[in-house]
Ligand binder design. Structure first.
Ligand code: FES
Length: 367
């Protein structure tokens, strides 16, 4: 084995190639099998991830363009990942597949993990460089590319030796020369067909198994609000950016609110009754225009937090069972009681948003 590893080009990269191929294939099938990935309102959807990237990415101009067709972009990413994964596993068109894989990794690095600190905590930059050996020298050992190259060389050699025997009629030298190319094209067709079948099967199975009412598990949104973004509105008690926000409600401070006297300062975001006790409702933070959550940990006691993950800007999802905010992008978890980080890579807590309930039963934020 050791001698084979030494003598065979690309043999030492087999494990890396297998890992990249399996990972890209799995990532693609996971996306295609998850209906929520393509549904705009779902926390981990492509649209939410693009919105997060739009806030923080150095290529936010391009992300804004992608936001016009988030579903198309999501499908395109998944299909490209699937083709790259399968081609890498088979070692077919390995160099262009690696180049596309590197481009996908670079895009993820610039949109999702660009602000990861230190930078080597982010996986996308590692994937980006892991593709480089295959871009430079191809797949090598145990690959279809290598097999077709060998057959092509053999065919050319056969043609050369056959060319010296002009009178020979036993075998046309042209046939073996063309055959490897025909085989290669057939293999490309089989790979594309496999991608269609695998991707289609994953999409069908994922939809068949996903619970009806796809938005199950998502939080309600406050119906009223300041009209800024797409997700309703919320409330929080006046509180700092620190860990524990909250304040109890009812007509606190001033009354500059938009409705009625005796109400708190700030912008009306929606009815307090729409925030379930022990749960949360989404709203758009009037001050920033970003998504946020209003919570009612105990009856009549309101808090609110930004829903923008402090790692790379994805929108976190509220999980009532664990009373946490979970980020769909890289798995950060926050304590919904105070916004503190329970699990990285995020390092900073979710900022609290001042919120209070007015005597009219409405919630006011940023007062
Ligand atoms: S954006 Fe990376 S964990 Fe949330």
């Amino acid at each position: 084995l050791s001698q084979w590893l030494k003598d065979t080009p690309g043999a030492g990269l087999l494990l890396l190639r297998a890992f990249l191929g399996v990972t890209f294939t799995f990532a693609a099938l996971q996306k295609l099998a998850n209906p929520g990935f393509f549904q705009a309102g779902t926390p981990g959807s492509i649209q939410q991830q693009l919105l997060g990237a739009d806030r923080t990415s150095p290529i936010s101009g391009l992300v804004s363009v992608a936001l016009h067709q988030p579903v198309l972009v999501g499908v395109l990413i998944a299909v490209c990942e699937l083709l790259v994964g399968l081609a890498t596993l088979a070692g077919l068109l390995a160099r262009p597949a690696a180049a596309l894989g590197a481009l996908i990794s670079l895009t993820f690095f610039l949109t999702v993990s660009f602000h990861t600190s230190p930078y080597y905590y982010g996986s996308d930059i590692v994937f980006l460089f892991a593709w480089t050996p295959f871009i430079l020298v191809g797949a090598g050992a145990l690959s279809l590319d290598e097999r077709f190259a060998r057959r092509r060389a053999a065919a050319v050699a056969a043609q050369g030796s056959g060319g010296g025997k002009q009178g020979s009629t036993r075998r046309p030298a042209v046939a073996p020369e063309r055959s490897p190319e025909v085989e290669r094209r057939t293999a490309v067709g089989v790979l594309a067909g496999t991608a269609v079948v695998l991707g289609g099967a994953a999409a069908l199975i994922g939809r068949a198994l996903s619970p009806k009412g796809a938005s199950a598990g998502t939080s309600p949104t406050l119906p009223t609000g300041n009209g800024t973004g797409s997700t309703g509105s919320t409330t929080t008690t006046p509180g700092g950016t620190g860990s524990t926000t909250t304040t109890s409600t009812a007509a606190s401070t001033g009354n500059t609110g938009s409705s009625g006297g005796g109400n708190p300062k700030g912008t009306l975001i929606g009815p307090a009754k729409d925030v379930p006790v022990g749960g949360a409702a989404g709203f758009t933070d009037p001050a920033s225009g970003n998504p946020a959550y209003a919570l009612q940990p105990t009856a009549g006691h309101f808090t609110a937090f930004s829903a923008v993950c402090t790692h790379a800007g994805c929108t976190v999802a509220f999980d009532k069972a664990s009373f946490t905010f979970n980020c769909p992008c890289h798995g950060s978890r926050y304590d919904a009681a105070n916004g503190s980080v329970l699990q990285g890579p995020a390092a900073a807590p979710l900022p609290a948003i001042p919120i209070a309930e007015g005597s009219n039963g409405q919630l006011y934020a940023d007062g």
